[in-house]
Design a protein around this ligand. Sequence first.
Ligand code: MG
Length: 404
Amino acid sequence: MALMNANTLLYGARDAIAYHQAIQLPDDVRAAMFQADRDIRARLRKVTRFVIDSGRAMSYASAEYRRAKQEPLQFELRFLRQGSVVYDTVIDPARRPPQQTDLDDGIYARTSFLSDFEPGLAATKYFELVETALAPLCKERGWRLVTNKDTCVRVVIDEKIHIDLPLYAVPDTEFVTLEKCFQDVTGLKLVAGSARLSTVLDGFSDIRIPTDRVMLAHRKKGWISSDPRALHDWFVRECERHGPQLRRTCRYLKGWRDFLFLEGGPASIALMACAVRSYKEGGWVPQNDRDDLAMLEIAKRLPVFFSATIVNPVLPDAEPLNDWDEVTRKRFVNAANDLHGHMHTALEGTANAEITVRRLQEALGTRVPYRPDLVRAFDKTPARAPVAAVVASPLPLRRPTTSA
Ligand SMILES: [Mg+2]
């Protein structure tokens, strides 16, 4: 049983700024990120318009498409943000540089398909189009274009922010259906109301392009099946089911990962899947005003989850979310064990508020404020000796490790 209540130290209170506030993305960074993204969208729209108006769309068609079809390639772009900014789990990285805040803006080509899973647009030419369109903008702004990521075009805005642009293709026919549904709901054409698309998709779960019709451009593999919206829907559903604490614990876990691993820690989506599983599997009763206990329960399960396969919650047959080699796995399992050790000592292994704070700082870094006054002790005389040793003097903070 927990002896200490450190919820306020994590979540804060009306009059106390704590860990949760410290890991929020600052407003100016958020604003700069969205402005850069709007500029990227504007440039891409302009260039695509030019391609269409000048009758050059067909030059972006795959060889197969040209051979098989007489009619010109349909081709238009739409944009839909995805990932942590939309799930609302984005946090301010602990260690900058090299860590950066990441915005993922999906670019959707509404295009002709050759068959069910084969866009007429050539994946390589799609990359080419986006990179050629953005190169002058990057030059003007002093941004850096990164063209060696397999599944996106990356634009590094500054040392704090990068924007990833994964490139999708959606069949023209499916788009027409989506557009019609959107218009029925909002009374607007998609082009005019695109700013509301994300909200509309949140509100109407039946307005979807079928998952298996959304194709992602891969630099080496051509087109692969991948629907970010399905993952989004899954996480939003789980947050509705388990309450707002789930989202907060995902932020804390990302904060832990960023603090501990300079680069290359467990993927956010893997951490989110582990958090969700901890809530789903039960064996504890989540209390919305006890983020500290929720973190303890998740930390308890994390080494076991990391040791086995973390299945993609929307594509169970796809690659696991933790496709780690054995050395990496061991490192992550050890880190998870340490997190559990610290959480356990902080909440169940001491009745000293200072030790509670120190242990949480060791686990999550000094963005956990040194505020023993925010920790409440329930019972100063534990009936049983706690499992972990009570350390009388504060230990020096752990130095974050870099990945190999
Ligand atoms: Mg990204």
